[in-house]
Ligand binder design. Structure first.
Ligand SMILES: [Zn+2]
Length: 246
């Protein structure tokens, strides 16, 4: 039964990953996400239904267009696999419960936010709203209204102050406000902690290797997304260990 749940979740999240791949490809170009089916980048031909099956189509076609034999980018397939893995992992950790399913979806949205922030230095309001919506569902199901309310402001408010001094983007503030509703205040603090530590380490490595000159060129959103995902999966255990040390 567990294996079947895992396979089912993997298929669903791979399909969502396929959509994220479309977003990743089209949003930076200013194209409409919903308009028109995907097409071959080389010959421009609209892809058939059988060529749009996530992961499987790419393997069957050996990464080439059926007609012109031009190379199909592996990026969208990697996005499908990664989305499927992180979504399924959330369902495995929390089981096929409302919490597990909502966390799975939220993980997908966080991945989309991270990908696009990396590429465009922008976090969309729609994506933040979707995370907040996932949070609202869990808040109602768990009855954790107070924790979510505190979560909304406990990180986003300090971030807002930093933003006013130009150290951060408004997107990061909105993201952590949404994450606060999703995770509640304790796990949101942990998410920010993970994000700052990982982001700081990454910035240091980039600075040493001289890949990025100015600080503002490094988007913080992806690290906050990684931090949120980690806090989502192992947060309760980390908090329990921390409290036992006090
Ligand atoms: Zn082609």
């Amino acid at each position: 039964m567990k294996i079947m749940t895992g396979i089912f979740a993997f298929v669903i999240f791979a399909c969502i990953g396929s959509f994220i791949g479309v977003c990743y490809d089209r949003i930076p170009k200013g194209e409409k996400v919903w308009k028109g089916r995907s097409h071959c980048d080389v010959c421009g031909r609209t892809l058939g239904v059988r060529e749009l099956i996530p992961i499987i189509s790419f393997i069957c076609l050996k990464g080439r267009c059926r007609k012109c034999k031009g190379k199909i980018s592996i990026a969208s397939t990697l996005i499908e696999i990664f989305t499927a893995v992180i979504g399924t992992l959330a369902v495995i950790v929390y089981g096929p419960t409302v919490q597990g399913i909502v966390f799975g979806f939220a993980a997908c949205i966080l991945f989309e936010i991270a990908l696009l922030d990396q590429k465009t230095l922008d976090i969309s309001d729609t994506a933040c709203l979707l995370v907040a919506l996932c949070g609202a569902v869990l808040t109602v199901v768990n009855g954790s209204y107070i924790s979510s309310l505190i979560g909304m402001v406990c990180v986003s408010l300090p971030f807002l102050v930093i933003t006013l001094f130009g150290g951060m983007g408004m997107g990061d503030v909105k993201l952590m406000c949404a994450v606060g509703i999703l995770l509640g205040w304790q796990q949101t603090l942990l998410a920010a902690f993970f994000g700052v530590v990982i982001g700081g380490a990454a910035a240091l490595i980039l600075k040493i290797s001289n890949k990025k000159g100015r600080k503002s060129e490094i988007p913080f959103g992806p690290y906050l997304c990684v931090g949120t995902y980690l806090s989502m999966l192992i947060g309760p255990q980390c908090i329990a260990v921390y409290l036992s040390l006090l």
